[in-house]
Design a protein around this ligand. Structure first.
Ligand code: SF4
Ligand code: SF4
Ligand code: SF4
Length: 371
């Protein structure tokens, strides 16, 4: 998910450019939604042409160039050739290269090249927790990843973790393990396509989040995962019509055939041609067309309930009908986010306007969802 990238600071116009280098992957994760994996890859000359257009554009100031897959390092020669070509020239706009990897191919020459260019090429690792959990989700790949290498090169970089029904009982162990490696965690996504409403899952998540809440209370210097660190003060503000991410506006994804799509979710890796044609006819600047009015008007948690329009389309066949399969998870997350915030506020002597909203939200969340 990319919503955090589009915060425009001091009017800097940022663009997020994803380039799908290959549809192939060396793993077969249990939750992978990229179901149309074909043997295709993009040519380096096409990649250079696409990047040049954005680095010379007067519409942006900064471009984050995200090499995407499948597994992007299957196309390391294209990455290397493109980056070295870009670095050898002067461009109008600032830029940074970025890739998310499953880590398995980051060995030997690739590792040395990345170490050499770590200031200009950032890498984020997908890691689902302990050896046992990671192996269950991600094709027994744990022992093939040099985890300390990622920590050494990008100490500030966060890892992405996905929770599947196979690892739900170990959320606490997995998160604490990743923290013990010295990483913060940005994404803790629940895998798509699972009946998360099932009571047995909700009960397990609640007990895992309770333990996690106590862990963060005991370890106040560790940044809590977004799972129980929701910005609940927003629930106490006036509601507004908004779009959750920049898909189709401040971002684009180019597929292996060189065609442009609104983001990496809306590509032939996930959807068939007919569905994509209907997506390409949407006006992504009309934010009201992306709002689920039932959520906006009737749910207290709407301002913190992150929404992915690609996931909506995949689950409900329409971009503005939210996937309701995670509503109960959302309520549990809100209750434990409120508990953690309440503990922090108890030790606060200076109460800011945001804290006042947080206190209102804590009371309301407890009233509605914690009975
Ligand atoms: S590493 Fe990523 S692309 Fe590859 S199978 Fe796993 S989730 Fe899918
Ligand atoms: S929790 Fe459910 S009802 Fe509330 S905003 Fe999210 S999807 Fe909508
Ligand atoms: S639609 Fe989903 S995958 Fe695409 S940019 Fe938005 S949040 Fe990310």
């Amino acid at each position: 998910m990319h919503d955090q990238i589009f915060v425009s600071l001091m009017n800097i116009r940022k663009f997020h450019l994803s380039i799908v280098l290959t549809n192939q992957c060396n793993l077969n994760c249990v939750y992978c939604y990229e179901c149309h994996k074909k043997r295709q890859h993009i040519q380096p000359e096409r990649v250079k042409t696409i990047i040049s257009e954005y680095l010379n554009s007067s519409h942006y100031d900064e471009v984050e160039i995200d090499f995407f897959g499948g597994e992007p390092f299957l196309e390391f020669q294209t990455i290397k050739e493109t980056c070295e070509w870009v670095w050898s020239q002067r461009w109008k706009n600032k830029y940074i290269f970025f890739a998310t990897t499953n880590g398995v191919l980051v060995q030997g020459d690739i590792k040395e090249w990345l170490r050499q260019h770590k200031k200009y090429f950032w890498v984020s690792l997908s890691l689902d927790g302990t050896r046992e959990s990671h192996n269950k989700n991600r094709s027994n790949s744990f022992d093939k990843i040099d985890i300390p290498f990622f920590k050494e090169c990008w100490p500030e970089q966060t890892v992405k973790m996905t929770i599947s029904k196979e690892t739900i009982e170990c959320i606490y162990d997995n998160i604490v393990y990743i923290h013990s490696l010295g990483f913060n965690i940005t994404g803790t996504n629940f895998a798509e396509g699972i009946d998360w409403e099932n009571e047995k899952y909700i009960g397990v998540v609640a007990s895992q989040l309770e333990k996690l809440c106590l862990y963060y209370i005991d370890n106040p210097s560790i940044k809590p995962v977004p799972l129980i660190n929701m910005a609940i003060h927003k629930c106490a503000e006036d509601k507004s019509i908004h779009k959750w991410c920049g898909c189709g506006e401040h971002m684009a994804a180019y597929e292996t055939d060189g065609k442009k799509y609104p983001c990496t979710f809306f590509t032939p890796m996930t959807f068939d041609k007919q569905t994509l044609n209907s997506v390409l006819r949407l006006d992504f600047t009309k934010h009201a067309d992306f709002v689920d009015n039932d959520c906006l008007n009737n749910c207290y948690l709407e301002p913190v309930c992150n929404c992915c329009y690609g996931a909506n389309l995949l689950t409900n066949g329409i971009v503005n009908k939210r996937d309701r399969s995670k509503c109960e998870l959302m309520k549990v997350r809100a209750v434990y986010s409120a508990a953690l915030k309440a503990h922090k506020l108890l030790n606060n002597t200076l109460v800011t306007p945001e804290d006042k909203l947080t206190i209102q939200a804590i009371n309301k969340i407890n009233e509605i969802y914690n009975s």
